[in-house]
Design a protein around this ligand. Sequence first.
Ligand code: FRU
Length: 711
Amino acid sequence: MLCIATLAATNLRAADDVLIADFEGPDYRAWKVTGEAFGPGPARGTLPGQMQVDGFKGKGLVNSFYKGDGSTGTLTSPEFKIERQFISFLIGGGQDPEKTCMNLLIDGKAVRNATGPNNKPGGTEALAPASWDVGEFAGQSAVIQILDQATGGWGHINVDQIVQTDRKPPGVIANVTREITLEKRYLNLPVKNGGPKRQMSVAIEGQPPRNFEIELADGEPDWWAFMDSAQFKGKIAVLKVDKLPEDSAGLKAIDQSDELKNSDTLYHEKLRPQFHFSPQRGWNNDPNGLVFYRGEYHLFFQHNPYGWSWGNMHWGHAVSTDLVHWKELPVALYPDQHGTMFSGSAVVDWNNTAGLQTGEEKVLVCIFTAAGNPFTQGIAYSNDRGRTWSKYENNPVLPHIIGANRDPKVIWYAPDKKWVMALYLDGSDYALFSSKDLKKWERMSNVAIPGTSECPEFFEIAVDGNQQNTRWVFYGGNGRYLVGKFDGQTFTPESGPHTLHHGNCWYASQTFTDIPAEDGRRILIPWGQMATPGMPFNQMMGVPVELTLRTTDEGPRLLANPVKEHASLRAITHTIKPQPLNPGDNPLAAIKGELLDLTADIVIGDAAEVGFNIRGATVSYDAKKQELSCKGKKAALKPVDGKIRLRLMVDRTSIDIFGNDGRLYMPMGVIVPQDNLSLEVYAKGGSAKINALEVHELKSAWNSNLYQLRD
Ligand code: FRU
């Protein structure tokens, strides 16, 4: 690149580009700045509070998000002479042609204008190439003016790499299509995380088109998303992308295969949790539709099959016979005309109350939120043990009530032979509805849980295991729960809200419906809110835990313990003999391990602190404060008879901590260094005693063949 000053000498080589600005310096040089939005100089990428900014060149760029969207300002170039056919640049941010834009001014008049792509919430902070044909102004003096006069959402503009050039920069083509005859199981789509978001549709003969947003990689992808097209073999799919640079390889690169791309590393990727469920590819958040039917636990989940971040909500699906080994099945619910598929629940309709059963097999029914405009509740059903799903033709079954009402949790209320739905309304308000057939719902009563919102869970549970003495628990997305009574119409809280967990990665949990009475457990799975950077998937599910309601000195409280099935992953057990634990001692020094399940019973004695260093992560107990802490999270844990009991389950991106047999529940997202396999148990400021200590090295749940479908 040449700078303007050297132009005269090189004018003869007309093909050379002329750099107007690359914003690599510490300040804006001769550009004139007004207002605050453009900051003291070019930004070095993303600014505080901003989504990831990508697509700029080098290290610096114009980014008017300085002090957020609220700030305004202008940035004006020195005058320059137009001496090439095109001015090319990279641009992103808001889409307002008057308020968040870049203008080419000639004689003070805007003769060209460009904006970023965003005019609604969501969107992308990626800069994309754009250009103006300025041939008609050859020889004239011009000025570039970058404006940020907007203060609301997308009230900023990003610009970089402004160049005069004679080579026509690649244009952007609208509605690019490609036809593919589906021959193999997977249609593979290249994804570049943080790239420009494209609207894409795949229309398969005879099917409603599948529409989604995708950061389709123009060049080398970060990872490959897939669409399972097994059931459409031989059919033609028409792929359409709303906009693509004409030199993009994105659409051409889409290919088909019978094996998942990179299947050799599937489930062995560096940050793949080895005993927490995560989707093969793409994003997950909430668990949905937890239901048990004929030997299988079904786990549906909020899923973006085509992106590493939240979006395009589908219901992904996996099954397990033991809550430990999971097999991912094809997507169960696709977005439809009512919206994308937000969270909800599932039931077995044992008595065919909805009339949707077609054969011998009992029908499974999912009750979900369609997040359209507005949000409504709908149902879908399966007559083949969850393998294929149909939407009910008269959806929605519950029309919009208020705001972004969502996340229906449905249970069977046997005394009245009716279904009961807990639904999130708004604020911290929830409501209960009833139905005889899952299709028509009547509002019964309201529930408010201060300090929580979204994802209601509502169930009956025995107090201290006594089936004659039960209570009802109602909780929201963060697990804040009320304990009370339910008469079939109204939930009457007796205590709460209480805190269910003290971790940093737990949200939007659900419990299973239809667990057989002879088992009788209340089993919960939370979303494990933990990012997995650099992986072709993102997030995970928490360890399935059994909830019990126990009388404590503070009243009835929920306890959470890993389901007993988890013990099947124990491969090698190291048993440490009971012994004193003095400062400096570490009876675990000789043990190394990656995936661990550690159980400890420790007499605190006169130690000021006892704790563990697990592969570099510390879990410590302050004897005076009677408090356990890990990575800045703290929770009370009272010794019982001078002892504390701990269970620590260590996976690649988490440590699940259980104290005093589930009284303390603390799932922690932690990425421990891969090469650190060391373990330490310690006492400080006095002596403690190890009463019992076992370290179980675990197998990966993905390695074994234990999972067998009983098909
Ligand atoms: C909770 C939540 C739900 C919603 C879903 C959307 O994490 O916001 O309320 O249904 O995620 O993915």
